[in-house]
Design a binder for this molecule. Sequence first.
Ligand SMILES: C[S@@+](CC[C@H](N)C(=O)[O-])C[C@H]1O[C@@H](n2cnc3c(N)ncnc32)[C@H](O)[C@@H]1O
Length: 260
Amino acid sequence: MTDLQLGLTLSPPSGGKVLHTSNRATVIWGDCRDPQVIVSVPDGYGLLCTDPPYGISHRSNWAGRPEIAGDDGSIDWLTVLGEWAAPGGSHERGLANSRHAYIFGYNHHDIAQPLRCGATASLIWDKVLMNQGNLAAGWGTTHEPIAFGVHRKRPSDRASSRGGLAARLRKGSVLRYQRPNGNTRHPHEKPVPLLADLIESSTVRGDLVVDPCAGSGSTGVAAVLEGRRCFLVEVDQRSAELCVDRVQLAERLADQMSAA
Ligand SMILES: C[S@@+](CC[C@H](N)C(=O)[O-])C[C@H]1O[C@@H](n2cnc3c(N)ncnc32)[C@H](O)[C@@H]1O
């Protein structure tokens, strides 16, 4: 199936194209598997928070909606994200040592090895509203797993239980935030308050939050509104442009809040 049939615009230039850059945010239209895109993220960043395609050939129930790029099950997303955490297995580059990763749609056992994690935990996002899903099943899905891990560069450190920047206020593992409903801009748009909760729990003001599969840019919006910085990559041009629009709106709001 071609990109045209999918309704996606998937031809980013090699190395990606910077669509927006400011002191708060960078948005790149690019392929997060592209080594030139991976090297463009500053080393020692503060949080990897991303929602990769689910590998289940998602097809929206809504007419006219595009499918999701990279969703045909052919990409080993955890290996790709391992490169974002520690490019080339480096102990110096990528996500800073002892900082956190949140990967939507995965179990914590799955991320430990590829993302070089010490402590891990599985969070449950309670979406409140049921997905349509398989109507023959007696139970409708109202939740999604989010894998949490503490990135530890050295194997010897992974054996220790230290959490580095631990969640300052230890929280329960079920996060209840209503999923966007109705007028959503992307088939997998996540609620900004959910991402703000994750970001607030794992970073301090000014930290850089990285999302290599940014979709509509919810991670970036939450990061900017929380006084953090963001670095977003999205392969679909129209979604990447949507990220720019939403992040710029968040930047204006953050400017107004800091002036108030
Ligand atoms: C599950 S969605 C993310 C939704 C996002 N969390 C939001 O709130 O809008 C995954 C996104 O990854 C993007 N994607 C797929 N393959 C990619 C690649 N190789 N590089 C960058 N982005 C990619 C898809 O186009 C899709 O927008």
